[in-house]
Design a protein around this ligand. Structure first.
Ligand SMILES: [Zn+2]
Length: 300
């Protein structure tokens, strides 16, 4: 048992060391290695969803029960500039009185609404779209990439596997409320990540690879000066109950490989939480989101 424990600890350290190594080149390439640390994190309201049957996320559990979910985006003010994590449901939905139900399929779809636009929330805290230095994308689903083209000159950091999957020939285009809605253009400035990326080169904002929900899904590790370490789940975890029970969402439509990846990614999150004593913030868990401070308030 002792030996096994030591091996596990060594693997853990190697994984963490890998994260920091990945960042060194980035710090050199951006030429701003001197300024370090996250100053603030804003939780932004990036939409709401309603589903008639929550068991899509918890197969076999709570079958036929409706559920409301939150959609959060996160704006991080780092000493080197602003970084946005996910962009939510398109702002266009805020102007739709009945919200947006893709395919008008109330039984199987998610009915999206938006109380406030992302644009209005950024304006309220005095941040212009052009102030945002980079955008990290957990994955290329409509409730996460809906507003990328609001930031036409901001570099998107996305896992190469996700980018390749999203733009693969034959991949169904992401649905939008209207043809006029911009989603994610292939011409958008982008940096393709392979595995992990230390965004500012100081270990305070680290994108880490958590595939399963999609082929190139990422989560985010953030260090806040007063709050401590926080992991932003992306859709590697959808609800607290799924996390507690290690449920695999969309079980019946995922490939065997994706199911394995989903479990491996949850374990990776658990290892990082344990190592850093990190909190797990689950962007679709409405109960948790309702308890959080939202912009213009912020976490330090
Ligand atoms: Zn999602």
């Amino acid at each position: 048992m002792k030996r096994a424990g030591m091996v596990a600890a060594m693997v853990m350290v190697a994984a963490v060391a890998g994260i920091f190594r990945a960042g060194a080149g980035w710090a050199q390439s951006n030429g701003e290695g001197g300024k370090q640390g996250v100053e603030r994190l804003y939780v932004l309201d990036c939409g709401q969803g309603h589903a008639a049957d929550q068991s899509r996320w918890s197969p076999g559990v709570n079958v036929g029960k409706p559920i409301d979910i939150s959609v959060s985006c996160y704006l991080i003010r780092h000493a080197q500039g602003y970084f946005l994590w996910d962009t939510g449901i398109t702002d266009e939905v805020a102007a739709m009185p009945n919200g947006w139900l893709p395919g008008n399929d109330a039984a199987n779809g998610i009915h999206w609404t938006r109380r406030k636009t992302l644009a209005a929330q950024l304006k309220e805290i005095g941040v212009a779209p052009s102030d945002i230095r980079s955008i990290g994308i957990s994955h290329a689903h409509p409730d996460h990439i809906g507003n990328i083209e609001m930031f036409p000159r901001t570099t998107v950091l996305i896992q190469k596997a996700e980018f390749d999957d999203y733009f693969a020939p034959g991949h169904a285009p992401v649905q939008t409320p209207s043809a006029a809605t911009a989603t994610f253009s292939k011409d958008h400035p982008a940096t393709l990540i392979q595995e992990d990326l230390d965004v500012f080169g100081d270990g305070s904002v680290v994108i880490f690879y958590t595939p399963g929900h999609t082929p190139g899904h990422d989560s985010l590790l953030v260090h806040l000066p007063k709050t401590g370490w926080v992991i932003l789940s992306g859709d590697a975890v959808h609800m607290q109950g799924n996390w507690d029970n290690r449920r695999i969402p969309y079980f019946f439509r995922l490939s065997s490989e994706a199911k394995m990846q989903t479990l491996t990614s949850m374990q990776r999150i658990a290892d990082l939480m344990s190592f850093y004593k990190a909190q797990l913030w689950i962007l679709h868990d409405k109960a948790q989101t309702d308890r959080q401070r939202h912009a213009p308030e912020y976490y330090e």
